[in-house]
Design a binder for this molecule. Structure first.
Ligand code: AMP
Ligand code: MN
Ligand code: MN
Ligand code: MN
Length: 309
């Protein structure tokens, strides 16, 4: 059974320093989205919800951007929440689209921001290619339609094309849009514009950050393939992976813990929250099991974040 979040009435007694095990942890969510990417809440609204859910330590991880961080930071400060600058970076490894969470306790350097510009351009080119490919399945003028669905000038993502397909009546719902046209390996899953895994991990390292493989169980990989991914990631300077992302099967999580332990990776946790009304809320994750995996906030670079300094 997935565990819901803890009640909010224990805010007074919350620890000022974080525990050194993942088991039983609460109040932390290091994977959250806002309207700066494909989330539905503004950064300030997200901060309010995190507060209402009793979170004390969070990271805003919008896709390929830190645009929302300033607004979220102001609101988190107001609530006494520790927010870390972060982003979820798109890249590719062996032709597979991979997401790497960049935890940036020192903020973003100029070099890192140049990396984000490269990703923004890649996203732009990719959008054109996706629109082009979706013409063949009956979506005319897809770029403009996806832009309309996004409702702002933010970079477009596959969810915007999914919404455009639904509005145009090509498919009945978003789920079908991904299943048929946008999900992994489908025609709208365009990865060629993304930088290589080692490149984005390099940007994160150079800015004093910690690189985290996002939702390692969501790439449809065998365990063996995941081993290869983790090895390549570590060779590039990566140091952590999400042990729990939203809801996970306990047996699978247990096995993933063994795999992270084997590779000496720190473990992170996050809901991957995008919008209210769905199954997930900020702070909602399946409970991390007892394991030898060290929490990512025990990484020396995250000490200040963990201590709330
Ligand atoms: P992008 O960053 O443009 O590649 O889009 C990836 C985003 O699409 C993910 O972060 C999710 O928010 C969303 N997504 C991926 N797969 C699905 C799916 N099967 N159903 C709904 N949304 C999805
Ligand atoms: Mn998303
Ligand atoms: Mn992701
Ligand atoms: Mn995400």
């Amino acid at each position: 059974m997935p565990m819901s979040v803890f009640p909010t009435d224990d805010l007074e007694t919350r620890p000022t320093t974080l525990p050194d095990t993942l088991e039983g942890v609460r109040g932390i969510d290091l994977h959250l989205h806002s309207t700066a990417s494909d989330g539905k809440l503004s950064p300030a609204e997200l901060a309010d919800l995190c507060h209402a859910r009793g979170l004390t330590h969070v990271a805003l991880t919008d896709h390929d951007t830190i645009e929302g961080v300033v607004e979220a930071q102001a609101r988190c400060r107001h609530h006494g929440i520790n927010l870390m600058t972060a982003a979820e970076l798109s890249c590719q490894w062996r032709g597979i689209g991979i997401h790497i969470v960049a935890l940036l306790p020192q903020g973003a350097s100029r070099n890192f921001e140049s990396g984000l510009e490269i990703l923004a351009r890649a996203r732009e080119l990719r959008s054109r290619e996706i629109a082009h490919r979706l013409e063949k399945v009956g979506l005319a003028d897809g770029l403009a339609k996806a832009r309309r669905e996004a409702g702002s000038e933010r970079p477009l993502g596959r969810p915007d094309f999914a919404a455009a397909l639904v509005t145009a009546g090509v498919v009945a719902d978003t789920k079908t849009a991904f299943k048929r046209y946008l999900g992994a390996g489908k025609r709208g899953d365009v990865k060629m514009h993304w930088p290589e895994l080692a490149t984005v991990v390099g940007w994160i390292r150079e800015t004093g950050g910690v690189a985290v493989v996002a939702h390692p169980l969501r790439y449809g990989m065998t365990r063996r393939k995941r081993d290869l991914l983790f090895s390549a990631f570590i060779d590039a300077g990566g140091e952590a992976a999400e042990l729990v992302s939203g809801y996970q099967n306990p047996d699978t999580t247990h096995d993933l813990a063994r795999q992270l332990d084997f590779h000496g990776l720190y473990g992170s946790i996050g809901s991957d929250f995008h919008y209210p009304g769905g199954p997930l809320s900020p702070g909602t994750i399946s409970p991390p099991p007892r394991s030898h995996v060290k929490p990512v906030w025990c990484h020396p670079a995250l000490r200040r974040f963990a201590c709330g300094e």
